[in-house]
Ligand binder design. Structure first.
Ligand code: SF4
Length: 210
């Protein structure tokens, strides 16, 4: 029974990973805001130096695909609710019209249960990487206001938060990226608790440690 579970899992995960890698050819690059929000200094260095991130397993490839589909449904339902939305592919976000007279930048996130509860209790400030990515998108798009929307992956409940651009956060993050760009090799150390899920896992050489 366990052998069957394993062989089926291996086969389907491998197919998912192959499909993701094929669809992303030529190799994907991280969108600038996501790159800027990487908390690990080594990951930031790989991203700044154009190393393409990879799904380290078929399971992660399936998660990435599921997140993409969830965001597509969120986008569809916002449009059904009467909002006009243009998609800004370069920043991987939208521009939504109809909240006030001015357009807002639109950030869509598929959130696991634990993250969703934190967002509901404490707001976007409880998810620092998401907040930084949002601030970077606002800064790069030169927009003052945004709408952050998260969907609970378990229940499909939605969380909405209006966000104002914070110039100080954007300047700090930009400084960190420029510092990483000046280094001739990745900084030492592991700076991220989600290390095994990182798309630079293989290049980083951390694979042997997990
Ligand atoms: S594998 Fe870990 S240490 Fe290496 S780049 Fe990724 S998060 Fe950073």
């Amino acid at each position: 029974m366990l052998d069957f579970q394993k062989s089926m899992g291996d086969r389907v995960y491998a197919a998912a990973r192959t499909a993701l890698e094929a669809r992303n050819a030529p190799p994907p690059s991280l969108s600038e805001p996501v790159l800027m929000s990487l908390s690990c200094g080594r990951a930031l260095w790989f991203g700044v130096n154009g190393v393409p991130p990879r799904a380290s397993s078929g399971l992660l490839a399936r998660t990435a695909e599921q997140n993409r589909l969830t965001r597509r449904v969120m986008l569809r339902d916002l449009r059904r609710a009467g909002f006009k939305i243009e998609w800004v592919g370069a920043l991987d976000c939208g521009r939504i019209h109809g909240l006030t007279r001015r357009p807002h930048l639109l950030e869509l996130v598929a959130a696991p249960e634990a993250l969703f509860s934190r967002l509901r209790k404490f707001g976007l400030g409880a998810a620092i990487d998401l907040e930084i990515a949002m601030q970077c998108r606002l800064g790069l798009a030169q927009m003052e206001r945004g709408l952050f929307v998260a969907e609970n992956k378990n229940t499909q409940e939605l969380y909405f938060e209006k966000v104002c651009f914070d110039e100080e956060i954007f300047a700090q993050v930009r400084g960190r990226v420029m510092e990483a760009a000046r280094l001739s090799e990745p900084p030492r150390g592991n700076f991220d608790e989600t290390c095994p899920c990182c798309g630079f896992f293989r290049e980083c050489g951390k694979a042997q440690q997990f």
